[in-house]
Design a binder for this molecule. Structure first.
Ligand SMILES: [Zn+2]
Length: 146
C-alpha cells in the first residue's frame, strides 16, 4: 500500500512572493485614494517634513499613495506605466454602497461617472502642489456614448 505523497514545498523559499500580501505592505485602496483626492489633496500634497518618510514626505504621488526621494524621482514616476495605469483606474468613480443597491434592484441603473484627472502640478502662484478633479464635460459624455 502506498502512502500519500509528501506535499512538495514548491514555493517555500519565495518570500518575495508572500511579502506582497502582508498587511504591513498593503497600499491604500482605490476608493481610499479617491477620498484623498477629493477631500484631503491639499493636506497630502503639502505635507510637513517627516523624517521617517522617503524624501522627508515632500514628494508624494497622491494617485499612487507613494513617497519619492526627490523631485526627479517623482517626475520620472509620472511618466511610468504604473502611474498612467493608476490614473486610468481612478478616472471612474469608485464603486459605492448606492451602486450595490442599484445592482440589487433598488433604484435605476446609472453608469459610473467618468472624470478628468490630471497629474498633480505645482501652482506658481502660491507654490503649492495641487490636483485637478473635474467632472467630464457634456461633450465628452456624448463621445462616450457613441
Ligand atoms: Zn503616481
Amino acid at each position: 500500500m502506498g502512502k500519500p505523497q509528501r506535499r512538495r514545498k514548491m514555493h517555500s523559499g519565495d518570500t518575495h512572493l508572500r511579502r506582497r500580501w502582508r498587511t504591513r505592505s498593503r497600499k491604500r485602496d482605490l476608493d481610499q485614494i479617491d477620498e484623498d483626492l477629493v477631500k484631503k489633496s491639499d493636506e497630502l500634497l503639502n505635507q510637513e517634513v517627516d523624517l521617517d518618510q522617503p524624501g522627508f514626505a515632500q514628494f508624494y504621488c497622491i494617485h499612487c499613495a507613494k513617497y519619492f526621494i526627490d523631485e526627479n524621482a517623482m517626475e520620472s514616476h509620472f511618466k511610468t506605466k504604473v502611474h498612467k495605469r493608476r490614473m486610468k483606474a481612478l478616472e471612474l468613480e469608485p464603486y459605492s454602497i448606492e451602486d450595490s443597491e442599484r445592482a440589487a434592484g433598488h433604484g435605476s441603473f446609472k453608469t459610473a461617472k467618468k472624470r478628468k484627472l490630471e497629474t498633480q502640478f505645482c501652482d506658481p502662484e502660491d507654490g503649492k502642489t495641487k490636483v485637478l478633479v473635474q467632472e467630464a464635460t457634456e461633450d465628452e459624455k456624448k463621445m462616450e456614448i457613441k
